[in-house]
Design a protein around this ligand. Structure first.
Ligand code: NAD
Length: 401
């Protein structure tokens, strides 16, 4: 089996799906790796490091996209040589962030081409899949990066300083939504010397916030049944959100930095901070809205823009991991290698549809949408080897013809 890694084409994307170490591990699993020359450069990995790790370098994206299995970071898009999905071999496989809930047109293209496509963001959040969980690894980087962005935008320093030129008060930083990114943001801000606060609707989060030396913000809200079986937040009523916005306002006003990350799976981001609350912050204050891609937690957020309103900067960056491409790629590559170790049997892809990890992350197979979370249904057969995928590809090509 040949695994292909093309250079990412999405604007601003500096990550790469595999780093040289992950290539070495994959070669050890009995597969070949072809990589488009220069694919790792923006992340700091040179071509010779990939060659030394056992990859073959190819000069064009189409050669990498023509492999049996293609690994990418971002979902496929329009490229100079045509849409990346159209450059995949019929019946080939693809693993990347697919955004299947938002970018349904790309999912449909994959269905039409008979591609076996996995969305890494649908990986079940179970202990067994922790090292394959790209959402977590990249959120960790986002949380860290959000704090650094805030620190360099804020016209004040984070730590308290007692100097001959006077005493500088520490920054107050509030994280709203303390999941993976939020916990990392709290830890990073604490290390930089900020006084940290965290709030989340899930009750279990209090202990985690306190273990990072932050204070848990108490709101007068009934959050009794706010976590689902998967550990995610449940959606609340509009009445709840109205009260939450009102209650949060005073804590937002007192903060120098607010980092928001609140998400509810499958839904637009809940609106938690209104324009009035933002305008009550001290001029120079900073909000980093990590939920920007899903509409944002703040009323004034604009995706991929820095909005300045009443002296408050609201940063709506939607791809913070791309700003730390070496480590973000290292973690992502590790996630993919662990996932492939799970999927490969003696160097070929072997799908067990009864397996929670495979069934949870598989989106398209044999010309069909097969993910239950997306309204599809898994194939009846229990396992599929590369041979049956080839059959599936032949079927699809037959339909197309
Ligand atoms: P997420 O990105 O879906 O949401 C971010 C945070 O926002 C969550 O903590 C959520 O509770 C919070 N939130 C939602 N609505 C809110 C509101 N109205 N007000 C305040 N906060 C709100 O979450 P995530 O970071 O992907 O992780 C969520 C949880 O999933 C983790 O904390 C953990 O319990 C679980 N998890 C498990 C594994 C695993 O076992 N493999 C891996 C990662 C995460």
């Amino acid at each position: 089996m040949i695994i292909g890694v093309p250079k990412e084409i999405t604007r601003g994307e500096r990550r790469v799906a595999l780093v040289p170490d992950s290539v070495k591990q994959l070669v050890g699993l009995g597969v070949e790796v072809v990589l488009e020359a220069g694919a790792g450069l923006a992340a700091g990995f040179e071509d010779h490091a990939y060659s030394e790790a056992g990859a073959s370098l190819v000069q064009s994206a189409s050669e990498a996209l023509g492999a049996d299995l293609v690994l990418k970071v971002q979902l496929p898009g329009e490229a100079p040589g045509g849409h990346e999905v159209d450059q995949l071999k019929g019946g080939a496989s693809l693993i990347c962030f697919l955004k299947p809930l938002d970018q349904t047109d790309v999912t449909q293209r994959l269905v039409d081409r008979g591609i076996t496509a996995f969305a890494v963001e649908l990986m079940p959040r179970i202990t067994r899949a922790q090292s394959m969980d790209a959402l977590s690894s990249q959120s960790t980087i986002s949380g860290y990066r959000a704090v650094l962005l805030a620190a360099t935008t804020l016209p004040r320093i984070f730590p308290m300083m007692v100097t001959a030129a006077g005493t500088l008060q520490p920054a107050r930083l509030l994280v709203v939504g303390v999941g993976v990114a939020g916990l990392q943001a709290l830890g990073t801000a604490k290390r930089l010397g900020a006084v940290t606060y965290g709030y989340d609707t899930r009750a279990v989060v209090r202990e985690q916030v306190e273990s990072l030396g932050a204070r848990f913000v108490e709101l007068d809200l009934d959050t009794g049944d706010s976590e689902d079986a998967g550990g995610y937040a449940k959606a609340q009523t509009e009445e709840f959100y109205q009260r939450q916005r009102a209650e949060l306002g005073k804590h937002v006003a007192a903060a120098d930095v607010v980092i928001t990350t609140a998400l509810v799976p499958g839904q637009p981001a809940p609106l938690l901070i209104e324009a009035d609350a933002i305008r009550s912050m001290r001029p120079g204050s900073v909000i980093v809205d990590l939920a920007a891609e899903k509409g944002g937690n703040c009323e004034l957020t604009k995706a991929d823009e820095n909005v300045v309103d009443s002296g408050v900067t609201i940063i709506g960056h939607t791809n913070l991991p791309a700003g730390v491409p070496a480590h973000a790629s290292q973690m992502y590559g590790k996630n993919l290698v662990t996932f492939l170790d799970h999927l490969l049997d003696e160097g070929s892809l072997t799908l067990d549809f009864t397996d929670e990890i495979t069934a949870g992350s598989l989106v398209t197979y044999a010309g069909k949408l097969v993910n239950e979370r997306l309204g599809g249904a898994l194939p009846q057969t229990e396992t599929a080897s590369e041979t049956s995928e080839e059959d599936a590809a032949d079927d699809t090509q037959g339909e197309e013809g």
